[in-house]
Every structure is written in C-alpha cells, then in structure tokens.
Design a protein around this ligand. Structure first.
Ligand code: BGC
Length: 420
C-alpha cells in the first residue's frame, strides 16, 4: 500500500505527465506585439497562430490594446531598451526604418530569397520592408483608408442613394438626422479624427494636394484655400456625430452602424472585419463606398511585422517560420478574408473575396498607375512619429474646440509640421 504522501506524489506526477502530453511541444516560440483585439481583428490573428502552430511553433501574445497602435509603440520602446525585445512587433512605414537604424532588427533575407519576395511584392512595399537593402520586416496586407461604411437599411429608410460628392453626403446626413439616426458614427480619439481628416483632405483636395500638404508638409499647401475648405468640411462633419463620441473605440462606432443606430462611418476597411464578424454581408446589410471625392484614389495602410534580433536560437527559427507563414498564399488569403484588407503579394486567388475587397484590390493597382496612391498619415505610413503626433494633436484640438478658427488651425499645422 503506498503511503498517503507517496500516493499524493505519484498523483502529482501523473497530472504533470498528462499536462505535458496535452501541451504541444513547440520547436520554438515567438512573442508578438500587436493591437488586434476587436472581433474581426482577433479572428484574423487566430488564423496566424493556427498556421504557425501547424509548423510546430508556438505564439505568445503581447497585446497592447488601442486602435491605431497608439499605446503599442511606447511599450515596445521600453522593452527594446531593456534588452528584451519581442520576436515580432506590428510596425509600419518609417518606423521600420527608424528601428532599423538602431541595428536591433533581424535579417530575413534567406526567407525572402526562398519565397521570392522581391518579385511577389510591389516595389514600394518591398522597399519599405528593407533597411540597407536587407529585409527586416514582412508585410501582412493592404488596407484602404478612404472608405465610407453605410448601413443599408438606414439609407433605405431615408430614401437616399450612397453619396458620391460632399453635397450629397451632407444631404444624406441631414435626412438621417431627421429620421432619428445618428448620421456619422465617430470615436473621439485623435487617430480616428485624423483618419477622417486625411480622407477629407483627399476628397476635397485630391491626391496631389494630399501629398503636398500631408506628406511633403509644404507650408503653402498647409495654409492654402484648399486646406481651408478641407478644415471647413471636416468641422461640418462633426455636427453630424453624437454627443457620446468622446473616447469611443472605433469598433464601438462600427457597432453603431451595424445596429442601425448610426448611418455611416469613415474608417479603414478593418471596419469590414467587424461587419463580417457580426454575420453582415456587403450590399445586403451594408455598403462600402469610396468616401466622397475619392473614388479614383487610395490612401494605403500596410500592416507589417518587424522582426527583432533574438539570442534564443529556437525562437529565432520560429521567427523565420513566422515570416514565411505570413508571406504564404494560404495565410494571405485566410487572414485578409477576416481582416477586411487585401493580400499584399501577387498570385492570391481573389475569387473568395467580397465586392469591397475586389474593388480595393483593383483600386490599389489602378490608383498606383495614375499616381493617386498616397500613404496614410493617421496610420503611420508617411511621417516620423513625432511629426505625426504633433499633427494629430492639432487636428484633434480643432475638432474638439469650435472656437479655433480655420486660419489658427492652419498656422498650428505649419508649426506642427516642423516638429522632428
Ligand atoms: C491598423 C489595422 C487595425 C486598426 C485598428 C490600424 O492602424 O493598421 O490593422 O485594425 O489600426 O486598430
């Protein structure tokens, strides 16, 4: 007969063995910093974990919630400075170059050669993923920012068609308000304000103006009559939002449109991920239309993961596997079907994608051919972090304070543009 102590010990041993058998033995594990926490985002990220697990590698979530990645960057900075970087972090545009210059990123050239990234990716995208000619990051998708999401039933109720011009937009918004529907669902956070602002800048001023004012930060363009019209239009939109918008998350705003409480939302196509996760269908339940005046142009936002140099060799292997998985056709398809974006590489079958995605994919190519493809400032694709933050502050302050005049806002934009 075993003594009670012995039988407790063997029961403990059995439990440990059972647990070990239940837990997969990962070849390596990657810790991944991201901010994908909404319904559609979480579904997309689950696909990445699943595919990585199929390769025998584990995934540890390092989530810093906050749409647009506002909180994530400062948390990343402190981890890297402490000498303990995650394997991968959701990083974009110029930030990849900034981190690359600090010489903390891993070299992905082997995977890139094996999978022929150079010939699979549009040149602008490939260049953004390289520092000193070496791949250090891997692109996940292409999001289009300049969309207007509309609840189909709300539009039917007011007997209107989807607006193509700003005049039509405000006419529809008036009708919705009269029908007791919040015309524009908005989340009062600086990045969401800037998302609407840059969409209006493109819609009112066109791609050349957008580039001059928001990418080259040309003082004349920032103080121009066109910028005056942009700011007026932007402010006018605020009149159609509800009083409870302050601080609201973007997906809570999308949920208002999904429920029909609100009629429309300006947001990038991750919003579509929310409609789909709520079992809504494009054209039947909701419409995706180009924001007024932007039908032929495209503000792009490319999600990517930069990989940090690691000491642990098993983790470094898992990291290479993660990069290869992200660029696989299977991942590009299944992830983007959930995320609302479109694949970044060539050769993915678009047959399974809905109309919004097919349009986005076609517009991406077409707008690039006519030089109407512009990078998102709100989503970290265009400017150094500090300049972007200063511009966001100005736009948010203008949106939130009706006393600020348009010329005052233009002066403040010029000043913010000088912050480096
Ligand atoms: C990212 C998207 C994300 C959105 C909301 C954007 O900056 O590029 O992937 O879904 O923020 O968090």
């Amino acid at each position: 007969m075993p003594t009670p102590a012995r039988s407790r010990r063997s029961a403990g041993l059995l439990l440990a063995c059972a647990l070990a058998a239940a837990m997969p033995a990962w070849a390596g594990q990657v810790e991944v910093l991201h901010w994908w926490t909404s319904g559609g985002e979480a579904k997309s990220v689950a696909e990445l974990k699943r595919l990585l697990a199929a390769e025998g590698h584990g995934w540890r979530d390092f989530v810093v919630a906050g749409g647009g990645g506002e909180g994530a960057m400062s948390v990343l900075r402190s981890r890297v400075l402490a000498g303990n970087p995650p394997a991968a972090a959701q990083l974009k545009g110029p930030a990849i170059q900034e981190w690359g210059r600090l010489d903390v990123l891993a070299n992905l050239d082997d995977v890139a050669r094996r999978q022929q990234w150079d010939s699979q990716l549009p040149r602008v995208v490939a260049e953004a993923m390289k520092v000193n000619g070496r791949y250090v990051a891997v692109p996940v998708n292409v999001h289009r920012i300049n969309w207007l999401w509309i609840n189909r039933e709300a539009l039917r109720k007011v007997g209107a068609r989807a607006p193509a011009t700003w005049d039509e937009f405000f006419a529809v918004a008036d009708k919705m308000r009269k029908a007791g529907i919040v015309p524009v669902a908005h989340g009062g956070q600086p990045w969401q304000e800037f998302t609407t602002f840059e969409t209006v800048a493109l819609g009112v001023g066109g791609p050349d103006f957008y580039r001059k004012a928001l990418v080259q930060l040309d003082a004349k363009a920032l103080r121009s009559e066109t910028m005056g019209q942009v700011l007026e239009t932007f402010r006018r939109i605020k009149g159609y939002t509800d009083a409870a918008a302050a601080g609201r998350e973007w997906n809570a705003a999308t949920a208002m449109v999904i429920r029909g409480e609100a009629g429309m939302q300006f947001m990038g196509d991750w919003a579509k991920g929310e409609f789909l996760a709520a079992q809504k269908q494009p054209n039947r339940d909701f419409l995706c239309v180009s924001a007024p005046g932007t039908a032929r142009s495209f503000i792009f936002n490319i999600d990517s993961f930069a990989m940090f140099r690691l000491k642990d060799s098993a983790a470094a292997q898992a990291q290479q596997a993660l990069a290869a998985t992200i660029m696989s056709k299977e991942f590009q398809q299944v992830f983007n079907l959930n995320k609302g974006s479109v694949p970044v590489g060539t050769g993915v079958d678009m047959g399974k994608f809905d109309l919004c995605a097919q349009e986005s994919s076609a517009y991406f190519v077409a707008s690039s051919m006519v030089n109407a493809l512009v990078p998102s400032v709100a989503h970290k694709m265009a400017l150094p972090e500090k300049t972007e933050a200063a511009l966001k502050d100005v736009v948010a302050a203008f949106w939130n304070n009706d006393q600020t005049s348009v010329p005052e806002a233009m002066d403040a934009l010029v000043k913010a543009a000088q912050v480096k």
